[in-house]
Design a protein around this ligand. Structure first.
Ligand code: FES
Ligand SMILES: [Fe+2]
Length: 455
């Protein structure tokens, strides 16, 4: 066996580090956060072609995207009968429709006459009508009108109703699946609803919706968010108060995984020990964007405790019931993935959901949707959901609904991705993944391979 480069700082039990931190928190931590997966998925490398090859990209569309449950829209986007959302995936396009009976239907966005696309963007319709020759369907997909029906003896309800795909809902999210044989959504999402129950996604509304075309393969894009290992190099402004090396990674099931990254703790990457006041000073300047000197921490209080108390007080004042939340749920980055492309947070400081998708048949670019979700104000009607903003060159730091420090972080992440995709094509060594900190990426690749190997 090759001699490891430098093992003198090895952490024999990386799972224990985060657990030690939350064991010192003062509010009770829920049992499911006190568990660590302790998985070891080995050290196998992956080839670069999975990010760059057009043939691999086509295989993914054929064998992966045609079989997985994927987040298509929020229920609130199609609140009333006749509301239609359009979800695009590769070359496919789907209409997600609120039918007359209030059920949600999903159809291929393609005319059963000669194939024309039926709607290009979200809309409201009484009937679904093809703009070419006027074939028309009811919201439940049944045929409403065939022009010159005398001339179509071969057309019937059975053969020419809109072609339907499966729909499932959880937490106000609408999912579709093209595969009639796939397991139910409930089975597919494993224990995600249990892990994320404290968030109450159902009662959040879309306060901001931002779409960016990234110059990287969809997997390179989502993988930039599955590990905290990159934080010290990519986001150095955060390591005085956030320890990427203490992040806990857990494989929860075939389609789900999480990381729990502590905030309010200085990074082991710093190579020096900071005082609690120094940690707090950095948080005060970076997260709170205060230019004045930070107040002194109360005697005996840690920066993490102070941040948890401050967050708890602020949320309580805003009318949120946070009595049952642990300090970790208030301050840490607790991030979950639903394979293949959805990322959600449990902790209150990250009110965002991500979705990554292939961009047509281009392996070198992807679509990144960021939804900013906020609680519906108490006693008020649900606000109208925000429509997607095509960001173009707009920076995340300029998104008004996002705190400045988070915006900067996304801009730094996105800046890596163009270099990643270009570099992947510029060389040919295999992709190397660390044993622990990049275990979610490895797990992601394992699940991906299993789908692709299924004929
Ligand atoms: S292609 Fe749609 S009505 Fe002819
Ligand atoms: Fe990042």
């Amino acid at each position: 066996m090759n001699k490891p480069l430098n093992n003198k700082n090895a952490r024999p039990d990386p799972w224990a580090v985060y657990q030690d931190i939350i064991a010192r928190d003062r509010h009770p931590t829920p049992p499911d956060l006190l568990e660590a997966g302790k998985d070891d998925l080995g050290l196998l490398s992956s080839g670069r072609e999975m990010y760059t090859s057009p043939a691999f990209h086509r295989l993914e569309l054929e064998r992966l995207w045609s079989r997985v449950w994927q987040f298509a829209c929020r229920e609130e986007e199609i609140e009333s009968p006749g509301d239609v959302a359009v979800y695009e995936l590769g070359d496919w396009s789907f209409l997600i429709v609120r039918a007359e009976d209030n059920t949600i239907k999903a159809y291929y966005n393609s005319c059963t006459h000669r194939g024309t696309k039926l709607a290009s963007s979200s809309t409201h319709l009484q009937k679904i009508r093809c703009p070419y020759h006027g074939f028309t369907w009811n919201l439940n997909g049944s045929i409403n009108k065939v022009p010159s029906s005398w001339d179509f003896p071969q057309v019937s309800e059975e053969t020419h109703r809109l072609q339907e795909v499966r729909v499932g809902t959880w937490g106000g999210f609408v999912f579709i699946n093209l595969d009639p044989e796939a397991p139910s959504l409930e089975e597919y999402i494993e224990n995600l609803p249990g892990q994320l129950a404290v968030v109450d996604f159902e009662n959040l509304y879309v306060a901001g919706y931002y779409r960016k075309i990234l110059q990287s393969n969809w997997k390179g894009s989502i993988e930039a968010f599955l590990e905290a290992f990159h934080v010290a190099e990519t986001h150095p402004q955060t390591i005085n108060f956030s320890d990427e090396q203490s992040t806990q990674y857990d494989i929860l099931g075939r389609h789900t995984s999480r990381f729990l990254q502590p905030v309010g703790i200085a990074s082991a990457s710093l190579g020096e020990k900071l005082s609690e006041q120094q940690i707090f000073n950095s948080m005060f300047a970076e997260i709170m964007r205060q230019t004045t000197e930070a107040p002194s921490l109360p005697e005996g209080m840690t920066a993490r405790q102070f941040m948890a108390d401050t967050t708890r007080a602020q949320l309580t004042e805003a009318g949120r019931d946070v009595a049952g939340l642990s300090d970790a749920e208030l301050v840490d980055a607790m991030q979950y993935t639903l394979f293949p492309n959805m990322v959600l947070f449990r902790s209150t400081g990250f009110p965002v959901v991500y979705r990554f998708r292939p961009n047509k048949h281009d392996p070198d670019s992807s679509i990144f949707d960021m939804l900013i979700l906020k609680p519906v104000p108490a006693g008020q009607a649900r606000p109208v959901p925000a429509e997607p903003v095509e960001m173009g060159d707009m920076r995340y730091a300029d998104i008004p609904e996002l705190s400045d420090w988070l915006g900067d972080i996304y801009d730094q992440d996105v800046a890596n991705l163009k270099l990643l995709q270009e570099g992947l094509k510029a060389g040919n060594t295999p992709i190397t993944l660390s044993q622990y900190q990049e275990i979610r990426v490895r797990h992601f690749h394992n699940t991906l391979r299993a789908y692709l190997e299924q004929a």
